[in-house]
Design a protein around this ligand. Structure first.
Ligand code: PRT
Ligand code: ZN
Length: 225
């Protein structure tokens, strides 16, 4: 077992949030030796260990208290929270800071040729998404009866493949939608990267360390503004 007195932070191993999350840690003076293949990275100047995993695993690791902190996109965090809540699993956490990267929106998009006046146009239709809980909450709020169809990849080709009538996927520039003959219609959820902490209290030493790190993170965020 690893040393439980060291603060354990989960970060995405390789993906859109990895570099920016590591950059925040380095900018606040945490020295890290990251070896590409390895799950764990130790800090050489602080009592901190990084757990490098898929972003999908980070909310659960924090909610189960396996790690103390995690850097994660709000889209993934909120989806996993709703999923775990529905399954009666632990779903509590604390948001420490909203960060200045990872910005995107989860949007409904429809084929160019499809008639769409409002969400009500999706009544009785199938919508492909990797975020069924966020999408179904949106449908419920809007009073629309539509079906979320779960796809973990290639969501944007679902209408052409005849798998769904529309999609609900992450968008940043909109280039992917355009390249696939889709139009963005309604925003379901706006997201940025956040730093979260497990709900259960940390040890005094770990809490003191986190309290020292947060003002430095604020300094890094402000310096970029
Ligand atoms: O392997 P692992 O599971 O860790 O990574 P992943 O492939 O699940 O996630 P990754 O690295 O692609 O994204 C991680 C997080 O980055 C997401 O959960 C969001 O919080 C955030 N993010 C920000 C984005 C985007 N922008 C984004 N544009 N995640 C994905 N996209 C994709 C989108 O799904 C679509 O395919 O980019 C495409 C659209 O981009 P545009 O610019 O063409 O609109
Ligand atoms: Zn993922």
């Amino acid at each position: 077992m690893s040393d439980n007195t060291r603060l354990r932070i989960a970060v995405q191993k390789s993906g859109r949030l990895s570099d920016d999350s590591i950059a925040v840690l380095k900018a606040i003076g945490i020295k890290l030796q990251i070896r590409d293949r390895l799950l764990i990275a130790h800090s050489t100047n602080q009592a901190i260990d990084l757990l490098r995993v898929r972003d999908d695993d980070i909310p659960g690791l924090v909610m189960d208290g396996v790690v103390d902190l995690g850097f994660i996109g709000e889209n993934e965090l909120e989806e996993k929270m709703l999923e775990r809540k529905a399954a009666n699993k632990k779903h509590e956490y604390k948001t420490l800071r909203r960060l200045d990267y990872g910005g995107c929106r989860l949007s409904i998009a429809v084929p160019n040729e499809m008639q769409y006046d409002s969400v009500a146009s999706l009544e009785g239709k199938k919508v492909a998404t990797t975020y069924p809980f966020l999408l179904e909450r949106f449908f419920a709020e809007q009073g629309v009866n539509a079906q979320a169809v779960m796809l973990t990849g290639s969501v944007e080709v679902a209408p052409r493949a005849g798998v769904a009538d529309a999609i609900c996927d992450l968008v940043s520039t909109g280039a992917t939608l355009e390249a696939n003959g889709l139009r963005e219609k309604d925003v379901v959820f706006k997201s940025k990267a956040v730093l979260i902490q497990k709900a259960k209290a940390l040890s005094e030493e770990k809490q003191a360390l986190v309290s020292r790190l947060l003002p430095r993170i604020d300094g890094v965020i402000q310096a970029k503004e």
